[in-house]
Ligand binder design. Structure first.
Ligand SMILES: CCCCCCCC/C=C\CC(=O)SCCNC(=O)CCNC(=O)[C@H](O)C(C)(C)COP(=O)(O)OP(=O)(O)OC[C@H]1O[C@@H](n2cnc3c(N)ncnc32)[C@H](O)[C@@H]1OP(=O)(O)O
Length: 239
């Protein structure tokens, strides 16, 4: 990802990610490392400005593009690793959770923090967390909107490995891909999709309903007020 300063996910960036995933699949790619050009941020999650006073059709398109990108990422036939050498809140955490393996560096915060922002992580975000860390830990983390530090993320199983820095992180991600290289492709892909199918189907069969929930939620005046205040707090911080 290379959308400075924080790889926030707007419609255009989501489309770029989606196109890249389609191309990798068409080119029969043997593995992908999802990484960031930023030294300190993996991805800041959804671009909050896409949810602030949007036009209805633009908001619908934003959400559908996010769904498209995630359905592709979660179901890739090739192995995927997240090299998390920077913070990964909310949608950034979703990207990492959607890969098959996660390597993180020290001093990083990762989690689905939506509750803390007064918004709700959609069901499929929650499913991804549950599939990785289990029901009990996911429920606790989601209700609190908990951001895990590196040690906590490793302990709870949210990530698989800790590496010292970005270079080591990429090296360990490559090692994971190498460990998969000799597995028969069809068997590997079939098992992966078997594990992920119920989560994928839940969104695929409920896409329109999911979009409706998103639209109705973000267009509420009190939610808009919350987003406005949060945006102000973010820009005050950097100002
Ligand atoms: C019932 C169902 C309803 C469904 C409802 C909606 C569901 C929505 C689902 C998912 C939600 C999300 O993904 S929301 C996004 C959540 N993300 C965050 O809360 C992260 C916010 N950002 C940070 O914490 C930090 O920026 C950082 C830790 C990621 C990096 O810190 P750093 O100090 O390096 O950078 P700055 O904070 O100074 O930021 C630089 C610059 O970027 C802007 N910024 C940051 N994050 C975002 C973002 N997510 N979207 C848009 N813009 C962002 C920040 O304002 C600064 O901009 P300016 O320099 O212009 O002020």
């Amino acid at each position: 990802m290379n959308r400075p300063p924080v790889n926030s996910l707007n419609t255009e960036h989501l489309e770029q990610l989606h196109r890249a995933l389609v191309r990798l699949e068409n080119e029969k790619c043997r593995g992908m490392i999802l990484s960031s050009s930023s030294p300190t941020v993996f991805s800041a999650g959804l671009d909050i400005r896409e949810m602030y006073k949007p036009e209805l059709e633009k908001a619908r398109k934003f959400w559908r593009t996010l769904q498209d990108m995630w359905l592709k990422l979660y179901s890739t036939p090739y192995p995927t690793v997240a090299a998390i050498h920077g913070h990964a809140p909310a949608g950034g955490c979703l990207l990492a959770l959607s890969c098959e393996y996660r390597v993180i560096v020290p001093n990083v915060k990762i989690g689905l923090n939506e509750t803390q922002l007064g918004i709700v992580a959609p069901q499929w975000f929650q499913d991804c967390m549950r599939n990785v860390i289990g029901e009990r830990q996911a429920e606790k983390a989601l209700i609190a909107g908990h951001m895990f530090n590196t040690e906590q993320a490793l302990q709870v199983g949210l990530v698989d490995e800790v590496a010292a820095d970005k270079a080591a992180c990429i090296a360990r991600a490559e090692a994971f891909l190498a460990s998969q290289a000799n597995l028969p492709l069809l068997a590997r892909k079939t098992v992966k999709l078997g594990f992920r199918n119920s989560t994928l189907s839940r969104l695929m069969t409920g896409r329109e309903a999911d979009t409706k929930i998103f639209i109705e939620y973000i267009f509420q005046p009190k939610v808009q007020k919350g987003i406005e205040l949060y945006l102000q707090s973010l820009s005050k911080k950097s100002g």
